[in-house]
Write a protein that binds this ligand. Structure first.
Ligand code: C5P
Length: 238
C-alpha cells in the first residue's frame, strides 16, 4: 500500500510487531482476534473513526506484511516491517510517516477498545501548542517498592503517580528529534521526548484504552464487547 498521501497532516504509527508471549496465543498478539476481528484492525479502525487521523503506518513482523495488507485493505494505511523491540518498530514507522506530517501519534495495536475521544483529546492538545501529550489515569492501588526478595522497602506516594496509555501525540519535528540517532529501548515514546528536555503534557485517559497483555485482558475485552452489543440490541446508549 502507498505511503501517506500529500496533505496527510496527522499520521499515526501503530507498532504491531510484538510476539505477545505473555498472551500465550498461537500467533503474534496484534493478529489475535477479539470477537472475530484482529486487535490491529480494531486499533486502526478506532484511530480512523476519530476523524482526526489521516493515515496510519502499521509496523508488523516482516513475514506478516502481506497478511496485514490484506486485513487492512481499503483503509488509508501503509504496512512496514517492524524491528526487534517496540522502539525500533516505532522508529521504522516514524521514518515512513511522510514529509507532510505535522502531528504524529503513536498507538499500541494492543489497545483495541480505545475510545475516539481519547484520540481527539491528544490531537487537540498538540494543536493547542503542546509538543508532546499523553493520556493518563490516576493510580488506584497502593504502590510499594520491593527488594529482589519481594520484601517491601517503601510505600510510594501515589497521589503524584499516573498510569500512562496511548495514543501519545507529538509535534512531528519533536518526535523526530527524540528518535534521532539510535535511542535506547523505551516502554513509551514520551520517555524519549522527556530525555531531550521537551515538556510532556497530560490529558485524561480512559479505562477502555487498557492494553491487552494477558489472556485475562483479552477475556475482559471480549466481555466488554459482548456487553456493548447486548446494550445496543436493547436500545440503550453504549
Ligand atoms: O509487549 P507490549 O504489549 O508492551 O508491546 C506494546 C506494543 O508494541 C504492541 O502493540 C506490540 O505489538 C508492539 N511491539 C512492536 N515491535 C516489537 C515489540 C512490540 O511493534 N518488537
Amino acid at each position: 500500500m502507498d505511503g501517506p498521501s500529500r496533505g496527510a497532516d496527522v499520521v499515526a504509527v501503530l507498532p504491531a510487531a510484538g510476539s505477545g508471549t505473555r498472551l500465550g496465543a498461537a500467533e503474534p498478539k496484534a493478529f489475535v482476534p477479539l470477537a472475530g476481528v484482529p486487535l490491529l484492525v480494531r486499533a486502526v479502525d478506532g484511530l480512523l473513526a476519530s476523524d482526526v487521523v489521516d493515515h496510519v503506518v502499521v509496523a508488523v513482523p516482516s513475514e506478516l506484511v502481506d497478511r496485514a495488507l490484506g486485513l487492512l485493505s481499503g483503509r488509508p494505511v501503509s504496512v512496514i516491517a517492524g524491528g526487534g523491540d517496540r522502539t525500533a518498530s516505532v522508529a521504522a514507522g516514524l521514518a515512513a510517516t511522510g514529509p507532510d506530517a505535522e502531528v504524529v501519534l503513536v498507538h499500541d495495536a494492543a489497545r483495541p477498545l480505545t475510545p475516539v475521544d481519547v484520540v481527539r483529546r491528544v490531537v487537540a492538545a498538540v494543536r493547542a501548542g503542546a509538543p508532546a501529550v499523553i493520556p493518563v489515569l490516576p493510580v488506584a492501588d497502593t504502590v510499594k517498592r520491593v527488594d529482589p526478595n519481594g520484601v517491601v522497602t517503601d510505600t510510594v506516594d501515589r497521589s503524584a503517580l499516573r498510569a500512562v496509555q496511548t495514543p501519545q501525540a507529538f509535534r512531528a519535528a519533536d518526535l523526530r528529534r527524540a528518535y534521532a540517532g539510535i535511542p535506547d529501548p523505551a516502554t513509551d515514546d514520551a520517555g524519549l521526548v522527556e530525555a531531550i528536555g521537551d515538556p510532556v503534557a497530560t490529558v485524561p485517559g480512559d479505562p477502555l484504552a487498557f492494553k491487552v497483555t494477558t489472556a485475562w485482558d483479552l477475556r475482559i475485552a471480549e466481555l466488554l464487547l459482548a456487553g456493548a452489543v447486548l446494550e445496543e440490541m436493547s436500545g440503550r446508549t453504549v
